[in-house]
Design a protein around this ligand. Structure first.
Ligand SMILES: *Cc1c(COP(=O)(O)O)cnc(C)c1O
Length: 387
């Protein structure tokens, strides 16, 4: 069977796939249909937080799968309730809404901010400020939130009510607050798709304070940065701020689709009966997987993420063919002298899977990638960059 040809014939042509069919894996190693093994530094775009077929995760998921795979939100289930409880306990947030993806988590956050603005200030207060070069999802509304024109061009008219400020320029945010009827501000602490760029601490704290002073909903999109990725449970914790809303997905489910919108004190009561919903939201199998992920993101694991991060930064900074290294924790961007896409193809030939973001190589390895594998893979990247 020629899987690539069947896929190309029948799957919507929205993806530029690598010429590689994966069939199995274990931890940070994945195997192709040709039996070739690769070190995985992409983890399904930051999703398989503990790698492939991780034992504890697989056990948690299988147990729930054999018990009860779905109920709808007309009934209570234990995994959904316990996951919400643990997320709140570990963040100080008060309520959680579950969906199936990052975009849906952000849709919920946008609803919360608009409803808050309308209730507190009046029905015109529905505008959200997001940042240029941000990425918040692919639905028509989260595309509108995404501050990159390339994503907008083909899908006009997008949802109105979004204005885009400049990252690390607090005055640009302040003037947007003055000039619009604003209900909230949404940022990624590390812009992922935008090129793995960590925002300045002063800027993030400035935005948090501005939101406090103007009674705006401060939303942090942790879809990519969340769940241990940056060496903190959530990236905002590195910045000493306290958001009103935190959205997350990707790594949360460890490989099953789940998104969450966490709501703090100020907004916990904004959504009431009938205001929002999702058929699959909080699905017990996904929630069981997520619960096992969250329980394992302890101080020791987060410390390990920081150490691995330090290793990668030290190994690549100043290496031949490398112009700069950016990011936080195990969310790393490598600006290379040569074309990043071509280098990623070369890495693949040499048995290492990497991602790109804008003009950079992007790494999002599993948080528990063994040091030896990480070193081996980084050596390959160095070799390829130096050629
Ligand atoms: C991936 C991503 C999204 C979208 O998540 P989906 O699960 O693909 O809908 C939103 N925000 C950020 C920051 C992301 O990295």
């Amino acid at each position: 069977m020629d899987i690539k040809a069947i896929d190309a014939a029948y799957v919507a042509g929205t993806y530029a796939r690598f010429p590689l069919t994966l069939v199995s894996g274990k931890g940070s190693l994945v195997t192709s249909d040709e039996g070739k093994e690769y070190i995985d530094l992409g983890s399904g775009i930051g999703v398989t937080a503990f790698g492939i077929a991780d034992e504890a995760w697989t056990e948690a998921v299988s147990l729930q799968l054999g018990r009860l795979q779905h109920t709808s939100n007309l009934y209570y289930t234990e995994p959904c309730a316990l996951l919400a409880k643990r997320l709140c306990e570990r963040t100080g947030m008060k309520k959680v809404f579950f969906g199936n993806s990052g975009a849906e988590a952000n849709e919920c956050a946008i609803k919360v901010a608009r409803q808050y603005g309308i209730e507190k200030k009046g029905e015109e207060y529905t505008t959200l400020i997001t940042l240029k070069n941000s990425f918040h999802g692919r639905t028509i509304t989260t595309l509108a939130a995404t501050g990159q024109d390339v994503f907008h061009a083909k899908f006009q008219p997008l949802t109105p009510g979004f204005v885009h400020g400049v990252a690390n320029d607090l005055d640009s945010i302040k003037s947007l607050v003055k000039g619009n009827k604003v209900c909230g501000v949404m940022i990624e602490c590390v812009q992922g798709e935008g090129g793995v760029i960590a925002l300045d601490g002063d800027f993030v704290r400035g935005v948090a304070q501005l939101c406090q002073e103007n009674d705006l909903v401060f939303i942090v999109d942790e879809v990519q940065t969340g769940n241990g990725r940056t060496g903190a449970l959530y990236a905002y914790m590195n910045y000493g701020v306290c958001p009103d809303v935190v959205t997350t997905a990707k790594g949360l489910g460890g490989g099953l689709p789940i998104g969450a919108c966490l709501m703090g004190d100020r907004v916990e009561k904004v959504l009431g009966f009938g205001d929002h919903g999702s058929t699959y939201g909080g699905n017990p199998v996904c929630a069981a997987g997520a619960l096992s992920v969250i329980e394992r993101l302890d101080d020791a694991l987060l410390q390990e993420v920081k150490e691995k991060s330090q290793y990668v930064f030290d190994a690549l900074r100043g290496a031949k063919g490398v112009e700069a290294v950016s990011g936080l924790g195990l969310m790393i961007g490598i600006k290379t002298e040569k074309n990043a896409k071509e280098l990623v193809a070369k890495c693949m030939e040499k048995g290492v899977l990497c991602l790109t973001a804008k003009d950079k190589i992007r790494l999002l390895p599993a948080l528990n990638i063994p040091f030896a594998l990480l070193k081996k893979a980084i050596d390959v990247i160095k070799e390829v960059c130096a050629e």
